[in-house]
Write a protein that binds this ligand. Structure first.
Ligand code: FMN
Length: 429
């Protein structure tokens, strides 16, 4: 039988996804001042659950309130909120859907306002003044081990609360991605240098999590196909890490790419300029950003692969699944503009694709004055787009409809105002 988005998928641990369409992780920013789940999460996930996805992933959840990506993220570190987590898990698992918690440590990729001295593999601050990053602090080995311990605590709590799996975030320039990157990791000890050393914290955390949650509980990793930076974590190294993950018994590898410096995860990095490599037609067409990489990885490993990034037309999704290039298709931004229906229609065969508003969102070249250089404009446009989508999630959490007329300049200002207000109300540990 031809595999399509409607097909079931049995994972190595024995769990079954009822279909192959997944909601990708998207940071919600809706937690209370103690970083606990709120009514706003319930409202948002009630809407998303209506699509009937086989799998939904939460936005990134942290294990330490001192190390946050955003002040409104959910944290599990003894801060209470277990009943609320249980209620959220019930909403996300309705009708046999899987609902997995994504676990993340932001590493050096956080603003100084949230964390003036973020923990990182090396004391190399994110080289992006516009992002106002905190000053990276080299972690001790004890601090590295503590991160693993906290990931395990979040994973076991997620299981107890009723989530049906977890995902370890090792992509997009956050801590594990910092460790993998030769640009961000200059350590001389067993966590730096060779690829094996740079991947050590990820592999140790995966092994410890597996030991704690058991053999029958799905564990996924989100990994960059590449950072798309000269001298950064590249595709050859990524493929070696993929082999190790497969040998370690991973249930689902989600493939993405990029970081704040190269926003390839949302198709807004400058891949050709950053790497000097030719960009393939499918990538240039702004659909299926990581399909070419998945095709290369597929023959190397048996574990299920999920690709996320620009997947919009049903034909591309079904072809990628039928050919076996990937096993699950992840989607993010479309459900921020059409929250309940777009996935459902695709699964019922009533639509041929998902909304792709991102293709229409641009920042006028002179929005911040005629002297803005190209690089600054690109960064503002990328952040503006992320802010635009974040604000749509917040609107839905507040019980409002998405505002598709918002401009990117309004989104930049609105996002900044929201984060400042959340930071102000945050109960800083
Ligand atoms: C508003 C927003 C928030 C995101 N937050 C996360 C996150 O918390 N964790 C993560 O792994 N990826 C995050 N992403 C990336 C998405 O999971 C996904 O990889 C990306 O949006 C590409 O998929 P798409 O083209 O279907 O949107 C976020 C993306 C957006 C737009």
């Amino acid at each position: 039988m031809t595999v399509s988005i409607q097909s079931e998928l049995r994972l190595p641990c024995g769990a079954v996804l009822k279909n192959r369409l997944a909601k990708a992780a998207m940071t919600e920013g809706l937690a209370d001042s103690m970083n606990r789940v709120t009514e706003r999460h319930y409202r948002l996930y009630e809407r998303w659950a209506k699509n009937g996805f086989g799998l939904m992933l939460t936005g990134n959840v942290h294990g330490d309130r001192r190390q946050l990506e955003r002040p409104g993220n959910i944290v599990i570190d003894g801060n209470g909120g277990l009943d609320e987590l249980r209620k959220l898990a019930r909403i996300g698992t309705r009708d046999g859907a899987h609902f997995w918690m994504q676990i993340n440590h932001p590493g050096r990729q956080t603003s100084a306002g949230i964390n003036a001295k973020p923990l990182a593999p090396s004391a190399i601050t994110l080289p992006m003044p516009l992002a106002a990053p905190g000053e990276a602090q080299e972690m001790t080995v004890a601090q590295i081990k503590d991160v693993t311990r906290r990931f395990v605590h979040v994973a076991t709590t997620a299981r107890e609360a009723g989530f049906t799996g977890v995902q370890i975030h090792a992509a997009h320039g956050y801590l594990f991605s910092n460790f993998l990157s030769p640009l961000a990791n200059h350590r001389q000890d067993e966590y730096g240098g060779s690829l094996e050393n740079r991947a050590r914290v990820l592999m140790e955390t995966l092994a410890a999590t597996r030991k704690a949650v058991g053999a029958d509980f799905p564990i996924s990793v989100k990994l960059n196909s590449a950072d798309f930076q000269r001298g950064g974590f590249g595709p050859e190294e990524s493929m070696q890490v993929v082999r190790w993950l497969s040998d370690a018994g991973l249930d689902l590898l989600e493939i993405s790419g990029g970081n704040y410096e190269q926003m390839q995860m949302v198709g807004m990095g400058d891949e050709a300029a950053a790497t000097g490599r030719k960009v393939s037609a499918s990538t240039a067409a702004r659909e299926a950003y990581f399909l070419d990489y998945a095709k290369q990885v597929r023959p190397l490993v048996k574990m299920p692969l999920m690709i996320t990034g620009g997947m919009r037309s049903l034909s591309v999704m079904d072809e990628s699944l039928a050919s076996g290039d990937c096993d699950v298709v992840g989607v993010g931004r479309p459900i921020c503009t059409d929250p309940e229906d777009c996935g459902a229609k695709l699964l019922r065969g009533e639509a041929t694709g998902l909304p792709a508003m991102e293709r229409q969102l641009s920042l006028p070249r002179d929005a911040f004055g005629p002297d803005t250089d190209d690089a600054t404009h690109k960064v503002l446009e990328s952040f503006g787009q992320l802010g635009w989508y974040c604000l749509q999630l917040i609107r839905m959490g507040d019980g409002k409809e998405p505002n598709l007329d918002m401009s990117l300049a309004e989104a930049l200002a609105g996002y900044e105002a929201n984060e400042t207000a959340t930071l102000g109300a945050w109960n800083r540990p």
